[in-house]
Design a protein around this ligand. Structure first.
Ligand SMILES: [Cu+2]
Length: 576
């Protein structure tokens, strides 16, 4: 696809505030957008020196030397090479990576219009550590981010080895929620220590270990149904999913291949996700710390009769017991918890939006692991509010081979509480769910006129099923109970790779669109998957029929990819 040459002589400025490792930061990068001499618009990376001599550089990834062209309604998985000018020019060590999506003018688009669904940075010159465990053949997946825009930050003294001869590829999924095409760069800001720097001496290399509850697949997703997982209102994958791996390898596990120390990790979940949980299993292991005595309280009689000195001594002893117990790791059988990466939702704190940051390990987190141990990941979603389709649970765990003071996780808690990866982002300030409405309450409209099936989906409309259309054309089509209405993706949308879903949302499902509205919380749960062709993320089907068991009444739905799209169907008694 060709690019028009834009006038890029303007300078943009990106500032982002947040909290990393407990300290707030304000990062401002000045983008110098220089018009390239040829017919290509290139963005020159600019480097700033951090105190201590670490180089911080923002690189821009696009296509053909210019920005990415994000097509109308796009939600597909793409691969782009990361060229030499888009990464460091010397050998050295990467200690931190922070991602973003940026317009050519330097501004950050609203997440309700376009969203960085995922980015996985791949090093083709190295093999992924977990390939063998799951029978896959990935290049090394050394950094990943998703809609929560997680930055990777290694503890001081550790680095990911970078060689200029490495071949890098970016696997990305940019989700355009609106019909308007746009031009964007994927940016990543690297903290880098070149080999020549005195800081490079003594850097301990880390390897990325890709932990994923659906490891081995290109699109590692599973569905979480409302009400599933038990009465606690939470669904944990894979534990609550029966046996999702069948007789194949346990995709959420990795047998540690050598002794080493885990030094950093953070989770990735989708909306509805509460946390990822990392465990270690070691054959025959058990709690190996000191026995802590049982805590007691003073009885009323003791409080009355004991001297002040005796009461103080008692309280001191109780405090020691409390401290002892607080340092006990959570060991069940030979399995020990290493870290729970919680999702922190901003705004009203309900897990219903992308306005979220994950909690990562503290800089001092060090877990000694041995060859033969098994690392295990699980992830937990809420199931009271809605069904969460195409959910994920991923942690990249960075592991050092050297003996760098790892702690035996069976003896002493390695630190379950972490640090919030970043603060609230301004681009997420569009939650939706408010007036004005996008259309009438379809439940109050008269029955739709008889039409022909299938109902075609195109032009960001469900045709006759779309209650945003004024007049008789927007009235809900009817279907007799037990029968089905069929929708079909138009050939135009199919050829332009515009995928749509029909996903039930609470009636009347007509409030304003935003990153937390609508959500898949219909009275009766249904979801078509992403209608389309060509593999993930589509379900390789272009038609969908309403479920036969829908009860009498008006059922509203929306598109998970383009939540501005709203529709309704009405189920009536047979013969009515
Ligand atoms: Cu759609």
């Amino acid at each position: 696809m060709g690019h028009s040459v834009e006038s890029l002589s303007s300078a943009g400025r990106i500032c982002q505030g947040g909290v990393v490792a407990g300290a707030s930061f304000l990062l401002c990068a000045v983008l110098l957008l220089v018009a390239a001499p040829a017919s290509r618009a290139m963005v020159e990376p600019e480097t700033t020196m951090l105190p201590g001599g670490v180089e911080r550089t923002t690189y821009y990834v696009g296509e053909d030397g210019g920005p990415l062209t994000v097509t109308s309604g796009q939600n597909r998985i793409d691969y782009d090479p990361i060229f030499a000018y888009q990464r460091p020019s010397e050998n050295g060590w990467i200690t931190r990576i922070e991602p973003n999506l940026v317009r050519p003018d330097g501004s950050i688009p609203k997440s309700s219009e376009v969203m960085f669904h995922h980015g996985v940075w791949l090093n083709q010159d190295r093999e992924d550590a977990t390939d063998e465990a799951v029978g896959a053949n990935f290049p090394e997946r050394f950094y990943a981010t998703g809609e929560e825009k997680t930055a990777m930050e290694l503890p001081q003294g550790f680095g990911y080895r970078y060689e200029t001869t490495d071949t890098w590829i970016l696997n990305h999924m940019v989700h355009n929620l609106v019909p308007e095409p746009m031009q964007l760069y994927i940016t990543y800001t690297i903290d880098f220590i070149p080999d020549g720097s005195p800081l490079a001496e003594g850097i301990e290399p880390v390897r990325p270990i890709w932990m994923d509850v659906e490891n081995g697949t290109n699109y590692p997703v599973f569905d979480v149904r409302r009400g599933s997982g038990g009465r606690d209102g939470e669904f944990t994958y894979p534990a609550d999913a029966g046996n999702p791996y069948g007789i194949g390898p346990k995709e959420n596990e990795w047998v540690v291949d050598r002794d080493g120390v885990l030094v950093q990790t953070i989770g990735h979940v989708h909306t509805g996700g509460l946390s990822t949980e990392l465990y270690l299993n070691r054959d025959g292991a058990a709690y190996a710390g000191p026995e802590c005595r049982t805590q007691r309280r003073l009885t009323r009689k003791q409080r009355k009769n004991w001297s002040g000195e005796r009461r103080r001594a008692f309280r001191k002893k109780q405090k020691r017991i409390r401290v002892c117990r607080s340092k006990r790791p959570s060991v069940k059988g030979d399995r020990v918890e290493l870290f729970t990466s919680r999702a922190h939702y901003f705004g009203n704190r309900r897990p219903v939006s992308w306005d979220v940051a994950m909690v990562g390990t503290k800089p001092g987190w060090r877990v000694a692991v041995r060859a033969g141990d098994t690392l295990e990941l699980q992830t937990t979603y809420e199931t009271k509010i809605a069904s969460w389709y195409e959910s994920m649970g991923i942690n990249v765990v960075y592991m050092a081979d050297a003996d760098v003071g790892g702690r035996n996780p069976y003896a002493k808690k390695v630190g379950y509480r972490g640090v919030l990866n970043h603060g609230h982002f301004a681009e997420n300030n569009d939650h939706g769910g408010k007036p004005p409405t996008v259309g009438p309450d379809p439940g109050k409209l008269p029955d739709g006129l008889p039409g022909s099936e299938p109902l075609m989906i195109g032009g960001y409309s469900y045709e006759a099923g779309d209650f945003r259309i004024p007049g008789a054309a927007g009235r809900p089509p009817t279907v007799e109970k037990g029968d089905q209405l069929t929708f079909q993706l138009s050939s135009g949308d199919r050829s332009r790779q515009i995928w749509h879903s029909l996903t039930s949302g609470t009636s009347p499902c007509n409030r304003s669109t935003g990153i937390s509205y609508p959500i898949p919380d219909g009275e009766y749960q249904f979801d078509s998957g992403q209608l389309g062709s060509g593999g993930a993320p589509t379900v390789n089907r272009t038609t969908w029929s309403t479920p036969r068991d829908l009860p009498v009444g008006t059922h509203t739905f929306f598109c998970r990819i383009h939540p501005l799209m709203r529709g309704a169907v009405r189920v009536v008694e047979p013969g009515s």
